[in-house]
Design a protein around this ligand. Sequence first.
Ligand SMILES: C[S@@+](CC[C@H](N)C(=O)[O-])C[C@H]1O[C@@H](n2cnc3c(N)ncnc32)[C@H](O)[C@@H]1O
Length: 359
Amino acid sequence: MNNNIERLLASGKLRCPACSQTLQLRDSVHCEGCGRAFPLLTDIPVLMPDPDEFIGLWQNRLGNFVASQQRNIESNRRLIASPDTYPPLKERLERVTRARAANLETLLELMAPQRQLGPGRPPTEHTDALGSFMLIVYLLRDWGWDTGEVDILCDKVIEILPDDLDLESLLVLGAGACRDSFNLHKYYGCPFTVSVDIAPLMLLGARRIVSGGELNLYQIQPNNVRNAADNVSYWQLRAPGRPEGDFLYMLADAMHLPFAEGSFQVILTPFLIDAVGEDLREFAPRIGRLLQAGGYWVNYGAMSFRPGMNYTAEEVLDIVADSGFRILEHGFSTKPHLAPRESCQRTVYDCLYFSAVRE
Ligand SMILES: C[S@@+](CC[C@H](N)C(=O)[O-])C[C@H]1O[C@@H](n2cnc3c(N)ncnc32)[C@H](O)[C@@H]1O
């Protein structure tokens, strides 16, 4: 029945994120130690220490996103109906509005498993309305665009890992729409890869695409001033082939990972160490504990740390070395970030990469 969760449990690597005891599958995933129940989104487990809080937060984010899209659609419709609006602009607004409405319908269908989980415990303090939900662009980039953006990261990761690596197990933290996980899993013929993220949309989307299901989304660039046709483009998101072996997904927090110590041979943190919400001096030893002795940590990403934790590359490498790793390779790589051909604005990051072996 639940292939993804069954394969995760069969690996013997899973532990309760709250008490580190072993887990079992009943109607949900159940901890034999503390008795907590962890819900499933289809067959993707929500292995958060406080699943109710997590569900409440993401229902709130989804609700805010839907409301913002509906407001945008309504305001465009008013502009379209207004006699003052420049007629060619009306035509573009009509296309943009149709595309936005179609995306909303598609996303609501994709997110049905989350909506079925109930309200959870709604957040009591103000949370970001959109920030963590507006990740559609990651799905477009990973499974649609032909810009080669994803290859830059994967090529570098392959370059800085040992040439003779026989990859047995890979954990990707902050996997987003999971294309890096997919490419590396295929390249190495890895039998066991787990993609972890906190964003349900990312994993539900990736799961559908990788399993050969249909997911089509519009990319909306209302501010493309070069070419009106590029204001809206339609992407059929497809995976190039199916992964062999276990290619698995999990909603979990990189700061409370539900795995036994020494569970992985390689851990990749793509654009995560500055986003994770934890000081690198805590996070680096955490990675070390999850790796087998002699296992590898590979990092690639921007360094947009928050104030108080804004480390330089040299400081990052020192912290990693002080956390029980030997740095193998490191450097900077310049990478366009979520830059579609159809946009008139592009961001480019100088990304810090390193590979390090756990001693
Ligand atoms: C900047 S995005 C990078 C996504 C993807 N790795 C890529 O390179 O396109 C950061 C990702 O990390 C996830 N993330 C942030 N904090 C996390 C945490 N504490 N645990 C797991 N994932 C997290 C976000 O949901 C998002 O998908």
